[in-house]
Design a protein around this ligand. Structure first.
Ligand SMILES: NC(=O)c1ccc[n+]([C@@H]2O[C@H](COP(=O)([O-])OP(=O)(O)OC[C@H]3O[C@@H](n4cnc5c(N)ncnc54)[C@H](OP(=O)(O)O)[C@@H]3O)[C@@H](O)[C@H]2O)c1
Length: 321
């Protein structure tokens, strides 16, 4: 099978098109013929090893053990081509989407996944390209919104709302009845308004923490909000969700004042089957949709990474396979 391998860390030139053996499913696995994947900021960070120093060794070891073929790609959509002997939930021909976790491997023509991992049937109103964007954006976005305990009427601010996770989080929070303020660069604000943002802020022109406005919850997807000044922008009882937590902020979050019931929580998202099923319901009800900026074929992976590295991506960048 064709795959893009990342044998070293560095510029987009480390990505190579390779021919690898087609995988065979174990008894508990399904073999998926991949039709679409994405390049996320997470893929770009892994290629560049752009992660906090204490996690670098852990990531290198995990990748070596769990992803020996060195294939990136955190999410996929495709069709089940074969099932292992003990698989009961899926059958050949099912159209599915799934995250690949730290084992990665979606930038290839095939991937085996255990059937007990979160795997969803593609919503009736989505194609492969759209469905490939659900796992990273949808599952992380939903997890952050749930941990922010959003309820109808809450005022929520999302920092870094214009990417994969933020475009889903915005729509999910709107579907729950929140009033949503989205912060991102100016080029992304029109798109954010088009998917339901009530207010938008260009972070290069204005710092929301200086406005005097307060919010019931703040979700920081990019990790640019420091705890001390962000807590001042929370209402009494407010929740600050750190979606891209650095170690110093995580530690401060544990000790931060609980005065007025405010809390700061560093989140490493969990991927749960119940969340996959809930996202399918929201999509089929027409409450949320995929935001796709560009589509590249597998063979143009270097250009795709370059575009993600540039920070210009609005919503998602899809890889067609
Ligand atoms: N906690 C977890 O479990 C978890 C899970 C998955 C991913 N992540 C991490 O979450 C991060 C974001 O993921 P993503 O896929 O949504 O990334 P993305 O698609 O690149 O979106 C991030 C958005 O933030 C904007 N941005 C950059 N700097 C900003 C700032 N200072 N203030 C406000 N907005 C800013 C970017 O726009 P401009 O470039 O135009 O500024 C971009 O639109 C990644 O670093 C990823 O590793 C965390």
């Amino acid at each position: 099978m064709k795959a893009i391998v990342c044998l070293k860390h560095g510029s987009v030139d480390v990505l190579e098109l390779a021919e690898l053996p087609k995988p065979t499913p174990k008894d508990n696995q399904v073999l998926i013929k991949i039709h679409a994947s994405t390049v996320t900021m997470g893929d770009s960070e892994m290629r560049r090893l752009l992660i906090p120093a204490p996690f670098k060794t852990f990531l290198r070891v995990s990748l070596a053990l769990k992803n020996p073929k060195k294939i990136l790609g955190q999410e996929l959509a495709g069709e089940i081509e074969a099932v292992g002997k003990s698989v009961t939930k899926f059958k050949v021909g099912d159209k599915v989407f799934a995250p690949t976790d730290i084992a990665l491997g979606a930038h290839a023509e095939y991937k085996c996944l255990p059937e007990k991992k979160p795997i969803g049937r593609i919503p009736a109103n989505m194609n492969y390209h759209e469905a490939a964007t659900i796992p990273t954006g949808g599952l992380n976005g939903l997890d952050f919104v749930k941990k922010a305990e959003i309820k109808s009427g809450d005022k929520l601010l999302i920092n870094g709302a214009g990417g994969s996770i933020g475009t889903y989080a915005t729509q999910i929070a709107k579907s729950m009845g929140a009033e949503v303020t989205c912060v991102d660069s100016i080029e992304k604000l029109e798109m954010l308004t088009s998917i339901g943002a009530d207010y938008v802020i260009d972070y290069n022109a204005e710092d929301f923490r200086n406005s005097g406005e307060t919010y019931d919850a703040i979700i920081d997807i990019v990790g640019s909000c420091k705890i001390a000044d962000t807590m001042q922008s929370l209402s009494n009882g407010g929740r600050f969700i750190m979606g891209n937590p650095r170690i110093p902020e995580t530690v401060k979050g544990l000790f931060v004042s609980k005065r007025n019931g405010k809390k700061a929580i560093a989140v490493l998202a969990d991927y749960r089957q119940e969340d996959v099923d809930y996202l399918i319901e929201l999509i089929e009800a027409g409450k949320i949709k995929a935001v796709i900026d560009k589509v590249y074929p597998l063979e143009r992976m270097r250009e795709a990474h370059q575009y993600v590295d540039s920070g210009k991506k609005k919503g998602n960048l899809v890889i067609s396979i």
